[in-house]
Design a protein around this ligand. Structure first.
Ligand SMILES: [Zn+2]
Length: 444
């Protein structure tokens, strides 16, 4: 089974490219209803950009390095690597363990025009894709049963991504963790446990009512996972909250039936008590389990105004920002959670300002709202947070401390929790059935 993986820009936010430069370790051949041009030798650079045909329609323009010859076509271009070679995207960078560098992919490339934009996808075997996802998503040093659970979740996700990429983009999945699951390519060899996990779960996927589930996962939920409808909107209708998914309900990450479960994390007092309690959940070894961020009023004032404007301009976040009558973002007063999910995730955040109260809804929008680069904060690690605010002598906000649990949206399987459960003797089926309620493990 093959999948077409959309390759996103260097910042992982878009499938649309203005231009691309690609080289190959062993040369390549370009096809478009027959071979175009002579086969390119190793190291030659292929340049792709968007252009217009003489009739004004959009076309992919491509040329090989050093050759004046260039082609325009409205058809899909197939770029095949010569035997055993890899493509290097020299115009794109990705973050790897050894720093930022160009991604490397094994497989066939397909370049095409989509709604007036240049796009590129990698067509590869599902298991080859999974190798890249596991390498990008979970360390090979994790226990094998945790990596097997991740392999089944990732295989399932490839068949049923959150967004209908096939309908909207003519691809199966994209390579970005901001949208789908992270696929950083095949720069280095996968670890032994990555390969074993794929082999030992060959063809296995999670189903509900015989259909592949939306197998969301993240790094660490801080002890209790969140329900899907408290974090995500419907990608087509933008409705928030969307209809609930019966298999993505928040659960405690504990194997001990006698563990204290008397916390109602949708209540802030309980969330604070749980934050301060002696850790008892299986994901507690994560460095992200509990964290704090300290921000001054000056840092907040210099970024949050811009952040609100940016979020209002972005069609993905604009529907979830409610402005006060004034439409102005005045001096910041206080932050308070208006509504929380079962893991404590803020569903609606109220920000009182001198020009009225703003309401910011939805997990990722709330995390992005707190982007304060001058404090080294790109976005909040999670929206499972509470606020401690101090005022100056005039009663204005002086300092804000944000205390949070975990890293990521916290819906579905948690990688550090899976590791903890595996160390406690759980097999991958038990781990998956704990995180995804009422599911079956079937073969594709
Ligand atoms: Zn995607």
């Amino acid at each position: 089974m093959k999948v077409l993986v959309g390759i996103t820009t260097s910042d992982l936010t878009a499938l649309d490219h203005s231009a691309l430069a690609i080289s190959s370790t062993g040369g390549f051949t370009v096809r478009c209803q027959g071979v175009l041009g002579s086969p390119a030798p190793a190291g030659q650079i292929l340049h792709l950009s968007l252009d217009k045909n003489t009739d004004g329609s959009d076309a992919v323009k491509f040329r090989y390095d050093g050759k004046k010859l260039s082609y325009l076509t409205s058809q899909k271009l197939l770029i095949e690597p010569h035997k055993g070679s890899s493509f290097i995207f020299t115009s794109i960078t990705r973050e790897y363990a050894k720093g930022r560098s160009n991604p490397v992919y094994k497989g066939d490339l397909e370049a095409f025009v989509h709604k007036g934009k240049l796009r590129i996808g990698l067509r590869i075997d599902l298991d080859q894709y999974l190798k890249g996802v596991l390498q990008s998503e979970i360390p090979a040093s994790y226990p094998l049963e945790a990596i097997k659970a991740q392999a089944v979740a990732a295989r399932t996700y490839a068949l049923r991504p959150r967004i209908s990429h096939m309908k909207h983009d003519s691809i199966n999945v994209c390579d970005s963790y901001l949208c789908c699951q992270y696929f950083g390519g095949t720069k280095s060899a996968p670890g032994e446990n990555h390969l074993k996990a794929i082999e030992q779960t060959a063809g296995q996927v999670l189903t509900y009512n015989s259909q592949p589930i939306l197998a969301l996962f993240s790094s660490n939920a801080g002890g209790h996972t969140e329900s899907f409808d408290n974090c995500f909107s419907d990608p087509d209708t933008k409705e928030f909250p969307p209809p609930a998914l019966p298999y993505l309900k928040g659960v405690w990450e504990t194997k001990n039936a006698k563990a204290p479960r008397a916390f109602d994390l949708s209540n802030e007092d309980d969330l604070r008590a749980f934050y301060a309690a002696v850790p008892f959940t299986e994901d507690r070894a994560s460095a992200h389990y509990r964290w704090k961020v300290h921000l001054s009023a000056n840092q907040l004032e210099s970024h949050l105004h811009n952040n609100v404007n940016k979020l209002l301009k972005n069609p993905d976040s604009a529907p979830y920002i409610v402005a006060p009558k004034s439409g102005e973002f005045g001096h910041i007063g206080t932050f308070r959670a208006l509504k929380r999910g079962v893991a404590g995730t803020i569903i609606e955040l109220g920000v009182s300002t001198s020009s009225g109260e703003w309401i910011i809804k939805k997990e990722l929008v709330i995390r992005d709202f707190f982007s304060v680069p001058s404090a080294g904060l790109k976005r909040l690690k999670s929206a499972r947070v509470f606020f401690d605010q101090s005022k100056d002598k005039l009663g204005l906000l002086a300092n804000l401390t944000i205390s949070g649990t975990g890293w990521g949206h916290g819906v579905g399987m948690q990688q550090s929790g899976a590791s903890g459960f595996a160390k406690a003797g759980f097999d991958y089926q038990s781990i998956l059935k704990l995180y995804y309620s009422q599911v079956a493990i079937d073969k594709v």
